[in-house]
Design a protein. Structure first.
Ligand SMILES: Cc1cc2nc3c(=O)[nH]c(=O)nc-3n(C[C@H](O)[C@H](O)[C@H](O)COP(=O)(O)O)c2cc1C
Lengths: 211, 177
């Protein structure tokens, strides 16, 4: 089996329990399941920004990450795929969420598959994903899945219909992230062996003609 | 005369955004307004990030927002948007904290490619806080401002014009409750 995919959830949820964290967990579960369908295991880590909040503030002021934050930054930078989840405050990502991505290197997420998601009190703010989060990750040159996931308070199982919509969306987004992550060349896959398996284009053509 | 609060959201002590914000504040003061400044970086990080409303400094900051007729909101551009630091403060404001207030948004940034962050990123947040009127704002390129406080006229003249128009608007009887 291929090397497991390092799947990292970044949650900016503040509450305990946090619906933002819960959404992150559901997305990680959906992504992990669909990676397995593709023959790849997922190794899931979660970074709770709440735990490094004050470190982030200090880093912004001093320019240096304290150890706890440094570990979080490394986990995110080394991830094969990222699930970034924020509560929506004043129609955008939270200040804590933005502050964490502010301290990341501009190159930390380059080419990384990212699934963006958010929780909010009202579905009326769903577009914050498209007008605030997607541009942020575009700036960081991440590869963001076409489906983003917004969960309003009312979506959490209250009415069956709304809950089903959320579940379907989580599954679709997870599948997209799994596709991107499974397509990544991963360190432990021996490159030489891979190349030996490549069938030359002329041979493929010939095979087509014969067929 | 209006009560104006200048909020600036740069984490750095020697901040170009701070220089620009103070410049606007001085101009509004000279025009007769009662202007004071709030640096988000001076607020207790723990209280701010965990929305601890029991904290006296945070409460005092919120009271200053409530008491203001108008606010100048100034931020550096980070990652093509306003700074997370500014947002941590906007996040602890009541839902419609800017209702009935006039707002002047100001950004400083390192690349003109990000001028639109003012209208695409910052303005919607101010609008969602219920601001009555978000005036035309301005993006000042960092090369026009030194951290020591010097500014080049070419870069700040448009902002001065907008600040004067903002000031005039605050003088209209209806603008100040
Ligand atoms: C972490 C970080 C990210 C930045 N990102 C951008 C950016 O995306 N676009 C831009 O125009 N300038 C960017 N800059 C430059 C600052 O916006 C510019 O230097 C600004 O004037 C700094 O204001 P200050 O001195 O008040 O902090 C960035 C600076 C830092 C430190």
């Amino acid at each position: 089996m291929a090397q497991p995919v390092k799947l990292v959830v970044v949650s900016a949820g503040l509450g305990k329990p946090s619906s933002t964290r819960m959404l992150g967990d559901r997305l990680a579960e959906a992504t992990g399941r669909q990676l397995l369908d593709r023959g790849v295991e997922a190794d899931v880590h979660t970074v709770e920004l709440r735990d490094v909040a004050v470190d982030i503030a200090h880093n912004l002021v001093t320019g240096f990450p304290p150890p706890g934050l440094r570990a979080a930054i490394e986990t995110v930078t080394r991830a094969d795929a990222l699930i970034a989840v924020t509560p929506i405050f004043t129609a955008s990502y939270s200040g804590l969420f933005k502050s964490f991505f502010d301290v990341l290197d501009n190159s930390a997420l380059t080419g990384k598959p990212v699934l963006i998601a958010a929780t909010g009190g009202t579905a009326r703010h769903s577009l914050a994903l498209e007008h605030a989060l997607r541009p942020l990750f575009a700036y960081l040159r991440a590869t963001v899945t076409p489906t983003s996931v917004y969960a309003a308070t009312g979506d959490w199982g209250a009415s069956a219909g709304a809950g089903d919509d959320l579940a379907a969306r989580i599954a679709r987004a997870g599948g997209e992230l799994a596709d991107l992550a499974a397509g990544l060349p991963r360190a432990a896959a021996a490159p030489a062996a891979e190349f030996e398996e490549v069938v030359p284009f002329a041979e493929q053509l010939a095979a087509l003609r014969r067929g | 005369m209006a009560t104006v609060l200048t909020v600036w959201g740069s984490p750095s002590a020697t901040s170009r955004t701070g220089v620009v914000a103070r410049h606007v504040a001085a101009r509004l003061t000279a025009d007769g307004h009662d202007v004071s400044t709030l640096a988000v970086r001076d607020l207790p990080a723990q209280a701010l990030l965990h929305a601890d409303f029991a904290d006296p400094d945070l409460r005092a900051a919120l009271a200053r927002v409530a008491d203001a007729d108008a606010l100048v909101i100034a931020s550096p551009v980070y990652k093509a948007a306003y700074s997370g630091v500014l947002k941590t403060f906007l996040d602890v404001l009541p839902q419609f904290a800017l209702r009935g207030k006039e707002i002047l948004p100001v950004l400083t940034g390192g690349t003109p490619a990000h001028v639109l962050a003012l209208d695409y990123a910052l303005r919607p947040v101010l609008t969602s806080l219920g601001a009555d009127h978000v005036a035309q704002g301005w993006f000042v390129h960092e090369r026009f401002v030194s951290v020591e406080g010097a500014m080049e006229a070419e870069g700040v003249a448009p902002l001065e014009e907008l600040a004067d128009a903002f000031s005039a608007r605050l003088r209209r009887p209806a603008a100040v409750a």
